[in-house]
Design a protein. Structure first.
Lengths: 485, 313
């Protein structure tokens, strides 16, 4: 009966350790088993090396890992269930979020439900199962807090974003909790764990720089959220450390280690690109809520314009019902003013309907409904169609005809009421379509008002013009009626 | 060759960072840097790194995973480039590009690595968290509009101010109870506006240019003055004043039904009525951006002048 000596056992132990067998007592059982097998082969007269080769061919590293995996699955049905849950829930929730984003951008219905469901599955199913699986795989002491902290922080952060997106109360508190946990618990523990596993001083330095850079970046985001000064400087500092120091050092080390391009490196660069892209794109945006201010402006303008329209009609009707002796020669003058104002307002009306129809792709009846209810317009921030319709390709857009018609209206009021300075100066002021300084250059009226203007703003500008025309109509008719009485 | 791939990766990430900083700071050359970064990434780094990774395996596995990875991230980044540069066709790229990592890359990745037990768990975590990051930020981005929209609001303010001035000329000849009350409210709002403008270093608001203020995206000053000043903020006082004004005007004896309706709808300070689910403040001041606050205040001023004009006929 042959017995392995200490050195030979150590070789086997080292090989089994190579296979990263971490599961409970499995490693010891496996070593014991392999030693017995080798001894059996050696009893048949083979040397240790020959015998071990044969056994290794039967049980390579992969087979050992397979055994570990199978043992785990046998012992732990929970683990298997969690792993399946993790994969399926991750896939479904992310696919939902991705599609919901597209729906949201293009204002198709159903985006809200997709977002809520996606975030919900992510928080409730994916996150816990993924952390559980990862924790079971690592199975090292001291990592429980690491996993717990990312679980709590991650879920709080995700939920915070969902609440923010849906305008539910409590979003900020959730995001704050997420921030604090990730920043002050997860990152330091991560650094501690990484430092423990680091092989030399250089690697330690790389990890320290990486984690500190991440912390600086996170702090800058927190500064931004709470409107403290200095956020931008911190963000620059964090990203500079991350991309000018950590990334080259880490890459250099990886390259020296393996000498080949790993999937890890590709992943690192791709994620970095996304990280920068999104962080800075977000810094250049504001919430869509701001568009409400255009809706408010527009609805107030329309209310007043409606009032003046009714009042003007009544004024003219009252005047016309008077006996002929009182009307004298004013009748034609008043009707002319009314007719011109009416034409201009109708033209503005038609422009608005054309804009809404182009942007929302609806029939004219729906577009007319949207006119007085601009909050119902889905793509409030569309500006492609406004520029195309209002300015056209070779200065032939509707804004140019609008400008001409406005000018004509102005001239007509001037010629109809030549002797009233008040009215004439008011008309000039309100319907001023001259070129102006804008963004330190001279730009034309149609450029200022309609170049790259979002539709909700364009509609509001048109309503404003409509109101002014009706106000002028009202004042002019009044002036004509009261003249010489 | 491998060195070149490593360097191109780092270079594209750094160019991207520089380009983004330039873009945010409105320095010239941002677009060139961004285009260069995305070009190097999509046409040099991504294909060569993936080919190198594929060939360096002991057995040639995951062929489809490599092809899909290239396609997906190529489309996504070129789409982003189109969007940043405002080139036509960005919309189509986005429709395809945004969900692609989740509905094409992730399933292929999961399917191809389903039998691979070596290191999968760790890689899977990395990729999942990367993709979650991508999803969350895409969602956040889709909820926003470009900051440049704030500047267009200055046109509203300009138009409203012009209207106010003309109406004031018109109304100035008459002096009665209504005009006195209107002037009071108008000046009260004007004071709030001035306070905000002084606090935000915009003292030259009253010039003729359409572009009035430079820090239109500041949210601190209006928040402080409207909601925090003296513990309660200006807004609640303003609301009471508007309600008072409305009641005074409605009590006026010469007002007719049409005018009553107009006044009621212009100065509707009710909270959570059947028409709205928000308070008056939330409705009228949808955000604390400086320019939005100024716009809302100017709108109320204009409404005051309009009502004064209507009632003084």
């Amino acid at each position: 009966m042959y017995t392995l000596n200490k050195q030979q056992v150590d070789t086997i132990v080292a090989d089994v350790e190579m296979a990263k067998i971490t599961f409970l007592h499995l490693a010891e059982d496996l070593i014991d088993h392999i030693c017995c097998e080798v001894e059996q082969e050696m009893n048949q007269g083979k040397s240790f090396n020959e015998a071990y080769e044969i056994i290794k061919q039967q049980t390579g590293i992969k087979v050992l890992q397979k055994i570990q995996e199978n043992t785990r699955l046998l012992i732990d049905k929970n683990y298997k269930l969690m792993k399946t849950t993790m994969k399926i829930s991750g896939l479904i929730s992310l696919a939902m979020l991705g599609l919901a984003t597209v729906f949201k951008i293009f204002h198709w219905p159903g985006a809200g439900i997709g977002l809520v469901l996606g975030f919900f599955i992510l928080c409730v199913l994916f996150f816990p199962s993924a952390i559980y699986v990862n924790y079971r795989d690592a199975k090292k002491k001291g990592q429980l807090i690491l996993h717990l902290s990312i679980l709590v922080g991650g879920i709080a952060f995700m939920a915070g974003i969902l609440f923010k997106v849906q305008h539910w109360p409590g979003a900020n508190i959730l995001m704050e909790i997420g921030f604090i946990v990730l920043l002050w618990i997860f990152l330091p523990i991560l650094l501690y764990v990484k430092l423990k596993t680091a092989s030399d001083k250089k690697e330690k330095r790389i990890y320290i720089i990486g984690v500190i850079a991440l912390m600086v970046f996170e702090i800058s985001t927190a500064f931004k959220m709470f409107h403290w000064p200095g956020a931008f400087v911190l963000m620059l500092l964090g990203s500079a450390m991350l991309f000018w120091i950590f990334l080259p050092m880490f890459t250099y080390r990886k390259f020296k280690e393996s000498g080949k391009i790993t999937g890890q490196y590709i992943f690192l660069i791709t994620t970095s690109m996304f990280f920068i892209l999104f962080t800075f794109l977000l810094a250049m945006n504001v919430s869509k809520n701001v568009l409400v201010t255009f809706v408010n402006d527009d609805s107030d303008k329309l209310i007043v314009a409606q009032y003046y329209e009714n009042k003007n009609d009544k004024l003219v009707a009252d005047f016309l019902s008077q006996p002929d002796s009182l009307k004298t020669n004013k009748e034609s003058q008043i009707i002319k003013i009314q007719q011109e104002a009416h034409d201009l307002c109708n033209f503005i009306h038609d422009i608005k309907i054309e804009l809404i129809q182009a942007v929302e792709n609806v029939d004219s009846a729906t577009a007319i409904e949207y006119l007085s209810k601009t909050f119902m317009i889905n793509s409030k921030d569309n500006n492609d169609f406004v520029t195309k319709i209002m300015l056209g390709k070779n200065a032939n857009g509707l804004a140019i005809s609008l400008k001409e018609k406005t000018e004509t209206f102005k001239m007509n009021i001037h010629s109809n009421i030549p002797d009233n300075q008040d009215i004439n100066s008011m008309v000039d002021k309100l319907l001023d379509t001259s070129d102006k300084m804008h963004d330190s250059q001279i730009r034309s009226w149609e450029q200022i008002n309609f170049y790259n203007t979002v539709i909700i703003s364009a509609l509001q500008i048109l309503s404003d013009l409509e109101l002014k025309v009706q106000l002028i109509e009202s004042e002019s008719i009044k002036t004509v009626i009261h003249k010489n009485i | 060759m491998k060195k070149l791939i490593y360097i191109s990766g780092i270079v594209s990430a750094n160019l991207m960072l520089l380009g983004s900083i330039f873009k945010v700071m409105h320095w010239p050359g941002a677009n060139v840097l961004l285009t260069l970064a995305i070009f190097i990434f999509s046409f040099l780094f991504l294909p060569s790194a993936l080919v190198s990774d594929y060939k360096s395996q002991e057995e040639q596995r995951y062929k489809w995973l490599h092809i899909v990875t290239f396609l997906v991230f190529f489309i996504v980044f070129i789409g982003a480039l189109f969007k940043i540069m405002h080139w036509p066709g960005a919309g189509m790229f986005l429709v395809i590009g945004i969900p692609l990592p989740f509905i094409l890359f992730l399933p292929v990745y999961l399917y191809q690595t389903r039998k691979d037990k070596k290191n999968t768990s760790l890689n899977f975590m990395g990729i999942m968290f990367g993709l979650i990051f991508l999803a969350v930020f895409s969602v956040l981005l889709s909820l926003n509009v470009s900051k440049s929209i704030l500047d267009t609001i200055s046109i509203n303010i300009f138009n409203n101010k012009q209207l106010c001035l003309s109406l004031n000329d018109e109304n100035s000849s008459i002096s009665n109870d209504i005009s006195q009350k209107s002037d009071e409210l108008f000046n009260y709002i004007e004071n709030i506006k001035n306070e905000i403008l002084v606090a935000s270093d915009n003292k030259n608001m009253n010039n003729d240019s359409c572009k009035i203020i430079y820090n239109s995206d500041d949210t601190e000053i209006s928040y402080l003055i409207l909601y925090r000043k003296n513990g309660i903020g200006e807004l609640s006082a303003l609301k009471t004043k508007i309600a008072d004004y409305k009641n005074k005007v409605l009590a006026c004896d010469k007002i007719d039904d049409m005018q009553r309706k107009l006044v009621n709808s212009l100065f509707d300070v009710d909270d959570n009525t059947r028409n709205y689910t928000e308070t008056w403040e939330q409705r009228q001041f949808p955000s604390n951006h400086l320019i939005i606050t100024l716009d809302a205040l100017t709108r109320i001023q204009t409404n005051v002048r309009l009502v004064e004009n209507v009632l003084n006929d």
